[in-house]
Design a protein around this ligand. Structure first.
Ligand code: KG4
Ligand code: ZN
Length: 339
């Protein structure tokens, strides 16, 4: 079954065709980065306007790259939450309209569950459930137990900023470029990660055991830099980037490794923009006792393939979303259950 997946939750206007939930026939991502770069962050009004202008063309390109016609599509999936409301509404409404016009089954899906699904879009044998999920993006940092594509239990989450958001804010403050994650990742490669020793949050007790926090690190890097400098080491941008990145990843890994030890789960499946981080990947690769699965780089960030793949899972189970389904910026009550 060939599913068209539409993703427009933030600044990527994306459409893809995936067959039977696994085989990516096309995956088109039109990024708006150059249009937001001048503001060092996504401007919601610009994002939704650009989605409106681009969504038809991007979908047409996804069909043509897959060598398909509109009539070949057998189902439609779109992101309904979480994300920027105006942006979500464009993709969701487009997808609903496409499905309605073609009399096709339609399904609205959750963006973070789709990130988690991205690693299954490869020819490799998919990881058997249960496993630990590490969902790290610009809006979320979630450590969870995964028992099925739509069955996850949140073990830990951020109590303030998301990890990707911390990368973005540090990059913005030091004018390193936009988007911050990839810029810091690159810059850090020529930096000394021992140039600064930033503090780690103290969150290892009770039900905070697997939670993470980034506001302390962000404040240290932005407002108290000198205080954490190693004597004799230069406060140059590459050193700031490397030291920040090391601490940001350490914060995630401390909670993740604690969750692995406590649950006895030995497989970790990552997803989301920050799963592209080279230092995070290297650190996880060092753990020979854990099997760590990452999506291919092009499927870490936002894309339509993960939406189509996840959508197929629901459609194959006979589920459909009503056309009355609407977008929501946040996922309600996701503290320990998600979505
Ligand atoms: O999943 P995503 O594309 O969009 C959201 O759902 O938020 O994630 C975007 C986030 C941004 O904060 C971006 O800076 C971060 O992922 N990111 C990275 C890297 N590439 C993207 N963070 C660290 N290292 C990277 N290589
Ligand atoms: Zn995302």
């Amino acid at each position: 079954m060939k599913i068209l997946g539409i993703e427009s939750s933030c600044d990527e206007c994306a459409a893809a065709v995936v067959e039977d939930g696994r085989r990516v026939l096309s995956n088109v991502v039109a990024t708006q980065i150059p249009f937001h770069a001048a503001y060092n962050g996504v401007v919601p009004e610009i994002a939704s306007r650009m989605h409106t202008e681009w969504i038809s063309g991007v979908t047409r390109e996804a069909l043509s790259k897959a060598g398909l016609r509109v009539e070949d599509i057998e189902g439609v999936a779109a992101t309904a939450h979480p994300g920027l409301l105006g942006s979500l509404l464009v993709g969701l409404t487009f997808a609903k309209t496409f499905a309605w016009a073609r009399r096709l089954p339609f399904i609205a899906v959750d963006h973070m569950l789709a990130h988690l699904y991205a690693s299954r879009l490869t020819p490799d044998e998919p990881e058997p459930y249960p496993f630990l999920g590490l969902l790290v993006s610009g809006g979320h940092s979630i450590i969870c137990r995964v028992d099925g594509f739509d069955d996850i239990t949140v073990l830990g989450t951020t109590i303030d900023d998301a990890v990707g958001e911390a990368f973005d804010k540090v990059a913005k403050y030091y004018r390193l470029g936009y988007p911050g994650g990839i810029v810091i990742d690159r810059l850090a490669q020529s930096g000394d990660s021992d140039a600064f020793h930033f503090p780690l949050p103290n969150l290892h007790k009770g039900n905070r055991r697997y939670d993470v926090s980034y506001s302390g690190l962000k404040t240290a890097v932005i407002n108290q830099l000198e205080q954490f400098r190693t004597p004799g080491k230069e406060p140059v941008p590459a050193n700031i980037a490397a030291s920040f990145q090391k601490t940001a990843v350490e914060i995630l890994l401390r909670s993740l490794f604690r969750a692995a030890a406590d649950t006895g789960l030995t497989t970790v499946v990552a997803g989301g923009g920050v799963a592209a981080n080279s230092y995070l990947r290297a650190r996880l690769a060092e753990r020979k006792d854990l099997r760590c699965v990452f999506p291919p780089l092009e499927l870490c960030g936002d894309n339509g393939a993960m939406i189509a793949g996840l959508g197929w899972q629901y459609l194959a189970r006979g589920e459909r979303s009503p056309f009355s389904v609407t977008a929501s910026a946040r996922v309600r009550a996701f503290k320990r259950r998600y979505p």
